[in-house]
Ligand binder design. Sequence first.
Ligand SMILES: C[S@@+](CC[C@H](N)C(=O)[O-])C[C@H]1O[C@@H](n2cnc3c(N)ncnc32)[C@H](O)[C@@H]1O
Length: 288
Amino acid sequence: MGSFWWYITLKGPDGSEEALMSAADLAGSCGSEIQELPEGVRIRYYFLSSNDLGYWQMRLLEALGDGVDVEVEDSGKLENQQWYRVCEEGFTPVEAGRGFIITAPWHAQSCGSDRIPLIIKPGSAFGTGYHESTRIALGLLEDAREMLGPGFTLLDVGTGSGILAIGAIKLGAGTVYARDLDGTVLPELRENLELNHLEGAVQFEEGDLLKGFQHRVDLITANILKDPLISMLPHVHGVLSPRGLCVFSGLLLSEREEFLSALEANRLRPEKESSQGDWWGVLASNKA
Ligand SMILES: C[S@@+](CC[C@H](N)C(=O)[O-])C[C@H]1O[C@@H](n2cnc3c(N)ncnc32)[C@H](O)[C@@H]1O
């Protein structure tokens, strides 16, 4: 078979294990091996070949940020079929919110849970469920569903893999729109919809935040970053129905005060907050 995997090996100082391991999830690595050295640690990350090596290097450096002083030891291509198994065995199912379980397709039959499965194929689009911000958004989506009841309409801004849109449909959403600035997420969104037997259930458009969006919806979900979220707030009332709610995620706990002030300035009322690790999200209503 023609499949192969990329690897990138880094060396970090003593005490950097946790940061190096957490970068694996953030960067979308499908597996990693860590080794303690007499001085420091060595970690090798494995990546799918769906993107080139330069792409993964960039994702990894972004995920590491400035906090860890690392040295790149080597990187390259691995054509050993055994790694296929290792990559697949990574991405073990992960629970989110009160009732979801996110699973890669190859674990879907065996994950044996009475939670609602969200079958997501790990690819290059963000939204495998391994990031705290996605799981926060899924939990707040459940709260929104309780407040709205079934049949609510949704706009998922920055849909990526489509995980939030898929979660919403499984909770009973009616019409679902999804947008992303990056049109290349569409094949992955489609594949994930098929994996969940939801072909055609989402109307996708390439677009920047709410610009040019022509419909009214009961719920907006947006797991992006603080600056784009804040720039979107003044336009939310033009899109939300009178009973409308918004799930905002992708924010750091340290950004909470600033974001709550921005909500207030835009006549949006926080209804529920949620955090995991350093990440924070909020469910807001337009009832301010
Ligand atoms: C953190 S990912 C979230 C993916 C998925 N919704 C989740 O919750 O896991 C952010 C997504 O927003 C998209 N994005 C970033 N800026 C955007 C913008 N200005 N307008 C629309 N989408 C944007 C990115 O391309 C990416 O797919």
